[in-house]
Ligand binder design. Structure first.
Ligand code: FES
Length: 410
């Protein structure tokens, strides 16, 4: 299977690569605040995001905090063994429900005024609110996020606040957990080993471009995800000669005999990205094999990080970035950029029709919160760009369930 065919994220369709020399996205797309905000709405609030693996939640109450493109959320294993996800926002006054990176809990208790929530997100206690006429606990649980755990245990999220996201997981990824390149791997045979992150001053797409191009280079020349033999560790190259997939928009995963790896390119701003790594160790691998594999992987990604920084510097200088690519050598980065461009342009068209920004992750306003909408409309009239940054952040017809930039706390 070619590298290109191991690229997923748009119905697993093949990329419309032409034999003419297509041009890259222009430099402005790698530094513009407006493009970044549009990507938050069009890409990260719409698409399924491969986030982690269920092995990170071995027992009831195990939880982790994540964030992506300005959205903070919690993943937790409940009493039934399900992995649930919630926005890390207290329903009372929007304080973060958790402030640590992870742990194990029987209940989530907000430190601000003491509201607490179960592992299923339901409100358990709201001090003094039981005296409040009409207060409905069932309407004040944590804001849920759609979760899909695939057959191999990988955990996917979709921030679209609609009960049924506009994009289904099946539409983009059906069958990826059954692909033949996973034959012989049992993900239950691995344990989470460690994770780390690297924060850099580069746009998330610069990371994805380079990563896709580099991996394709390796593929074209040596097979899937083979580390450079010049590193003189041929046995490591052999160990890594296994299945690698890029899952649009921002995750790369590789499964090998001794370990599997996840690498996520998490945008934190127009020109800042956190690259987050997770490594899972096979239960039967020896210390020596695992360490070799681990070291080889770290060496390879550290080289990549240097490339990301240097590329972004060139892009930021506005001297290059919209250069030409040879299609035969750059299918993966071209495919990636084609998807981003299409999503952003389609979303922009939708917003033009709606005469305002469309924020899919925004929660629905409950009926009782009509007063909040009145306040938003009032603010929108006063501020040209809208109090939430949009031209009509509270006004006009909503094309979907959501039209505001952030999670709305009623
Ligand atoms: S903000 Fe959480 S209890 Fe008040």
């Amino acid at each position: 299977m070619s590298m290109f065919k191991s690229y997923f994220g748009l119905g697993a369709a093949e990329a419309p690569i032409k034999e003419s020399s297509p041009r890259l996205l222009p430099a402005s797309w790698y530094s513009s605040k407006e493009i970044y905000e549009l990507e938050r709405r069009a890409v990260f609030s719409r698409k399924w995001l491969l986030t982690t693996h269920k092995l990170r939640f071995p027992k009831t109450g195990d939880w982790l905090k994540f964030n992506i493109a300005g959205y903070a959320f919690i993943l937790v294993r409940d009493k039934d063994g399900n992995v649930n996800a919630f926005h890390n926002i207290c329903r009372h006054r929007a304080f973060p429900v958790v402030t640590e990176d992870g742990g194990s809990a029987r209940i989530f208790s907000c430190q601000y005024h003491g509201w607490s929530y179960g592992l299923n997100g339901k409100l358990a206690k709201a001090p003094h609110y039981q005296e409040l006429d009409g207060f409905d606990k069932s309407q004040n649980g944590l804001f849920p996020i759609q979760v899909h755990v695939d057959r191999n245990g990988f955990v996917w999220l979709n921030l679209d606040a609609d009960d049924k996201p506009m994009i289904s997981w099946d539409r983009d990824f059906a069958g990826i957990d059954l692909q033949s390149r996973f034959e012989g791997f049992d993900f239950e045979d691995y344990d989470f080993d460690s994770g780390w992150e690297s924060i850099g001053e580069y746009n998330w797409k610069a990371v994805a471009d380079n990563y896709n191009e580099n991996r394709q280079h390796h593929t074209d020349n040596a097979g899937p995800f083979v580390i450079d033999a010049r590193k003189s560790i041929p046995e490591i190259a052999k160990a890594l000669r296994n299945a690698s997939n890029y899952y649009f928009p921002n995750t790369y995963a590789t499964v090998s005999t001794h370990a599997f790896f996840m690498q996520r390119f998490v945008p934190t701003g127009p020109t800042t990205t956190a690259v987050r790594y997770e490594i899972y160790r096979h239960k039967d691998t020896s210390d020596e094999d695992f360490e070799h594999t681990h070291e080889a992987y770290k060496l390879m990604v550290s080289e990549d990080e240097t490339v990301y920084s240097e590329t972004q510097q060139g892009i930021s200088a506005r001297i290059s970035a919209d250069g030409e690519l040879q299609p035969r050598n750059a299918n993966s980065p071209l495919y990636f950029q084609t998807i981003v461009r299409d999503l952003v342009e389609q979303h922009q068209e939708m917003e033009e029709q709606a005469q305002g920004e469309v924020w899919p992750a925004r929660q629905r306003l409950p009926q009782e919160a009509a007063v909040s909408k009145d306040d938003m409309d009032f603010c929108s009239k006063l501020t040209e760009g809208g109090c939430c940054g949009g031209k009509a952040c509270g006004a006009g017809p909503a094309p979907g369930p959501a039209t505001a930039p952030e999670i709305m706390v009623s």
